[in-house]
Design a protein around this ligand. Structure first.
Ligand code: PLP
Length: 388
């Protein structure tokens, strides 16, 4: 516990000094293979030369400008996202985090509902979802244990058990369904493509907005630019954050619905500032090049092959593997082993994450090297051998 910090996190004891690629170094210069990328944020690893150059060049011009002046890089970034996603008919709002992007979406949905004349609207989310920690996004998060103690909430959310149940829950006041296509915090659960497409069509028929939370799944995490592209969906609203600016704080809410927000309806002091949006454009340019050269796909292939080997060799410990692209999980047969496994991994210098109660989660940088993957999994296997 720190005298000057509120005690909301439970960090490991290792303190890192610097990172290079997907390797972090502690005070004693011990190296750690990073399979976490800051929970899916550092998509180009640590100390990427091009990013560092872009950041320092932009910082010399200006770091921040208020949104009361036009910000060129914001327009460039929104256009780049629209072009890469193929959802060209979208307009975006920039903010600073995932929760803020979802907050923007919730405000937008409220305005949309008012315009439609729905007085007591509702938004449907899933019981096991995760959409953020602000009051509205925590309320959208269908996990009761996370909400406990922070009531009262806006209370416009209805929780469905699964995709099929969403259809049962829709009523005349339903304006939107908000969904992660692969649940990140809720256990690396990817939904079925056909089921998602059916839901998408059903929502169009019912005139209910399809809101896709791509905060963890977006920015090539699945191998495609967005998981919505991977599953070939047509969402009305998409939210992004995490990897978009390679580590700088950024959030983006995009929608194809026009003329809902009017001037003054929403805003953010830092949202879309020149430093973050210029960096995001650079991240997207670099990743687009890697995608075209099939480098991301090759990295996914290699990483998944190693993970498959781990599963084969450790059938006693793990029951299954889940996820898509570089958003992957291994399900432990005994959930009580999860925390000690994370600690042994840290001791053996490989960093992994947890998800839900029994999943070891892997969210490596999209440019993690072959050597780092091999070494990381060697250390991971060593950790499994030591796990009692
Ligand atoms: C799917 C999803 N939505 C929203 C959030 C919240 O993002 P942030 O922590 O940037 O507010 C997260 C964070 O993990 C997430 O995974």
């Amino acid at each position: 516990m720190n005298k000057y910090l509120l005690d909301v996190y439970n960090p490991f004891t290792v303190e890192f000094l610097y990172g290079k690629g997907s390797t972090l170094f502690d005070k004693k210069r011990k190296d750690y293979i990073d399979f976490t990328s800051g929970i899916g944020v550092n998509c180009l690893g640590h100390g990427n030369k091009k990013l560092v150059e872009t950041i320092s060049k932009q910082a010399k011009k200006f770091i921040h400008l208020s949104n009361i002046y036009p910000i060129k890089t914001q327009k460039e970034c929104a256009k780049k996202v629209a072009v890469l996603s193929g959802y060209k008919n979208m307009q975006g709002f920039f903010c600073n985090s995932g929760a803020e992007a979802n907050e923007a979406a919730i405000k937008f949905i409220r305005k949309y509902a008012k315009n439609k004349g729905i007085k007591k609207h509702n938004i449907i989310t899933l019981e096991n979802s995760f959409h953020g920690r602000t009051l509205a996004t925590l309320n959208a998060t269908g996990q009761k244990d996370k909400q406990l103690g922070f009531e009262p909430f806006p209370n416009e959310f209805i929780y469905a058990k699964d995709l099929e149940d969403i259809k049962n829950k829709i009523n005349k006041n339903s304006v939107a369904v908000m969904l992660e296509l692969i649940q990140g915090e809720g256990g690396i659960k990817a939904f079925d493509k056909k089921e998602l497409q059916n839901l998408n069509n059903y929502l169009k028929e019912k005139d209910v907005l399809f809101v896709v939370d791509e905060i963890q799944t977006g920015i090539y995490r699945t191998g495609e630019f967005l998981a919505s592209n991977f599953f070939e969906l047509k969402p009305d609203i998409i939210t992004m954050a995490k990897g978009l600016a390679g580590g700088l704080p950024i959030g983006l809410m995009m929608t194809n619905k026009k003329n809902i927000f009017k001037k003054g309806d929403h805003g953010s002091t830092f949202g879309g500032n020149p430093l973050c949006t210029k960096t995001a454009v650079e991240v997207l340019n670099i990743l687009e090049e890697k995608y075209k050269a099939k480098k991301i796909q090759n990295t996914i292939g290699l990483f998944q092959k190693e993970l498959e080997n781990i599963l084969k060799k450790n059938k006693k410990l793990f029951s299954s593997k889940s996820g898509i692209g570089l958003m992957l999980g291994l399900k432990l047969k005994e959930e009580k082993k999860l925390q000690s496994l994370l600690e042994i991994c840290l001791k053996n210098q490989v960093l992994v994450l947890k998800s839900g109660k029994d999943i070891v989660r892997f969210l490596p940088a999209l440019n993690i090297s072959k050597e780092e993957i091999k070494l990381g999994f060697k250390r991971f296997q060593k950790s499994l051998d030591e796990l009692k």
